[in-house]
Each structure stands twice: as C-alpha cells, then as structure tokens.
Design a protein around this ligand. Structure first.
Ligand SMILES: Cc1cc2nc3c(=O)[nH]c(=O)nc-3n(C[C@H](O)[C@H](O)[C@H](O)COP(=O)(O)OP(=O)(O)OC[C@H]3O[C@@H](n4cnc5c(N)ncnc54)[C@H](O)[C@@H]3O)c2cc1C
Ligand code: FES
Length: 272
C-alpha cells in the first residue's frame, strides 16, 4: 500500500551559515510527524523544483535541513530568508536503527547531515561512538563543534580527516576507516557520503563481519515509490531506503558504488 503524505507549508524560522556553500534551515515541526534520523523530506520550492533533503536537526518543536548549494533548487533554498515559506512532504523513507554497542560513524562532506541526529540519539544508548568526520579541505568541514559537544570525552572519539591535510589527518575517510576496522572491533558502522567511500568501507566490513547501515542517494521525483526513478537493483531508495543494511547492500553489489542513474534513467558511473 502506498501512503500519500500531504504537502504542508512551513515558515523558515532560522538560517545558519555552516560553510561558504552549506546552510542549515530551521522550521517549526507543527503538525509534521517526528522523523527518525536518516529519514528525509521532499522540499518544494515554489516555481523551482521539489527535491529530497535529509532531516539534520530534530527536536520536539523544530526541524532542520542542511543544504549544499549544487544547482537551481539548492540555490533557491540558499536564497531564503527568515519568514519565507516552503512546502514539505514527509518524513519519508526508513531511517537508521540504533545499535547499543561500539559504533563507528563515517560522514563524508554533506553526508554528515543525516548522521548528526543519529549521533545525538546514539550518544544516549551506545557503549562508545567513534566518528570519522571527513571533507576535502578544512573549509568544508561541517558540524565539528556540534559533534564535539555531544561526544563523551572519556568514551567517544572524533577523528577529523581532510583530503589535503588542512585539518586533522590527511587522507581519505575510507582509508582511515579501513585501517580502524583492521585494528578495532565495532558492532555497527553507520555511514553517509560519497558512494565510492561507502563501498570501500562496506567491503572491509564484510571481511571483518561488521554490520553496516549506509544512507544512499538516487535521483528522486515522487519520493514515495511511484515513479521508479530512484531504483537501485530491486529496491527503491525513497521507499526501501534511504538507509540500507548489510543484507540489502549485498543484493545491490553490482550497483552500489558502481553507478547511479540520471533523471532519464541512464547509468552514470561513479568516478573512482
Ligand atoms: C534521500 C536524499 C537525501 C538528501 N539529503 C541531502 C541533504 O541533507 N543535503 C543536501 O545538500 N543534499 C541532499 N540530497 C541531494 C539533493 O537532493 C540534491 O543535491 C538536489 O536535489 C540538487 O538539486 P539542484 O536543483 O540544486 O541541483 P541540480 O542542478 O538538479 O543537480 C545537481 C546535482 O544533484 C543531483 N540531483 C538533482 N536532483 C536530484 C534529486 N531530485 N534527487 C537526488 N539527486 C538529485 C544531480 O544528479 C546533480 O548531480 C539528498 C538526496 C537524497 C536522494
Ligand atoms: S522517487 Fe519515485 S519511486 Fe522513488
């Protein structure tokens, strides 16, 4: 059965400039269902487009999304000011399941957006949290202070990684995560970011017998399982995902980290 979420109109309450090309936009939760970390909303910008955005802040009264400017719709979201209105449908998709063991979280670039509310929740239930927070350069790092403030210094750790070494460790998040997996035992890995990064970590996790939950992206039109544009193997990312566990990832090995589809369905290889 397909559940149809009605479009609701919300007013922008607060805007936070996170980096030169990323902003967080907050609005009242009002009569929207409380989302789970990993779920997303379809955000309608009048006269522009409707696009998927993960929820990055969740509280009783307020929700937030964190938007990287990449094209027309995200530029329009960046142009909003407090008091402007947008349409919103959701929460959609499945969201992360919480693990109470020792967890590794890997966020690459804007991929930290859906992981942030997860870290907030895991900080209450997990034995220990190790976060690898990665970006191309220091200027692109997101949520460093917010995450540091949540983690418990006696138990958890935050590893900052940049491709160019301008902050933290120099290298790729996938290489650092793979090394960590060789040295330590984790009960679950949560990740979101470039798909090639996630695929490398998944392959090592399989070798080490560690469960994975990966938040994936595909081109979306309807966001509710009708149009098929977000297919990956036998799954629809909007309905069966966007969070995929190890069992699901095994079934989409031929596509995960290999190719995605354009708006017209043509395969586009990921650059390796
Ligand atoms: C479940 C999900 C959650 C997402 N969460 C976030 C988030 O928290 N923050 C964030 O900044 N971005 C997020 N995205 C990506 C975001 O939806 C796209 O960057 C956005 O749709 C681009 O729109 P545009 O008009 O600005 O750019 P365009 O000019 O349309 O495209 C720029 C790039 O974005 C991709 N893209 C365009 N439209 C879509 C679409 N409808 N679905 C998926 N990819 C698209 C294109 O392939 C292209 O590479 C998420 C995507 C998905 C599927
Ligand atoms: S976006 Fe239409 S089926 Fe997923």
């Amino acid at each position: 059965m397909i559940e149809v979420d009605c479009l609701k109109v919300v007013e922008v309450k607060k805007i936070v400039e996170e980096t030169y090309d990323v902003k967080s936009i907050f609005f009242d939760r009002k009569d929207l269902k409380k989302p789970k970390a990993g779920q997303f909303f379809m955000i309608w910008i009048p006269d522009v487009d409707e696009i998927p955005m993960s929820v990055s802040f969740i509280s009783e009264n307020e929700l937030g999304i964190t938007v990287k400017k990449v094209g027309d719709a995200t530029a329009a979201l960046h142009g909003l000011t407090v008091g402007d209105r947008i349409g919103i449908r959701g929460p959609l998709g499945n969201g992360f399941s919480l693990s109470n063991g020792n967890v590794l979280i890997v966020g690459g670039g804007i991929g930290i957006a859906p992981l942030y509310p997860l870290i907030v929740e895991l900080s209450r239930v997990s034995d220990s949290i190790t976060v690898i927070l990665a970006a191309r350069t220091s200027k692109m790092l997101l949520f460093v202070d917010r995450i540091s403030n949540i983690l418990n210094n006696n138990r958890d750790s935050l590893m900052i990684v940049t491709d160019d070494g301008s902050a933290g460790l120099k290298g790729l998040a996938s290489d650092i995560a793979v090394k960590l997996l060789e040295e330590r035992k984790f009960d679950c890995i949560y990740m979101c970011g470039p798909e090639v990064m996630m695929r490398k970590i998944f392959d090592k996790a399989e070798e080490r017998g560690v469960e994975v939950q990966a938040c994936l992206e595909r081109y979306m039109k309807c966001g509710m399982g009708l149009c098929g544009s977000c297919c990956i193997g036998e799954y629809l990312v909007c309905k069966d995902g966007p969070v995929f566990n190890s069992e699901m990832l095994r079934r989409i090995r031929d596509e995960f980290g290999v190719f995605k589809r354009s708006s017209s369905g043509l395969p586009i290889n990921f650059n390796i």
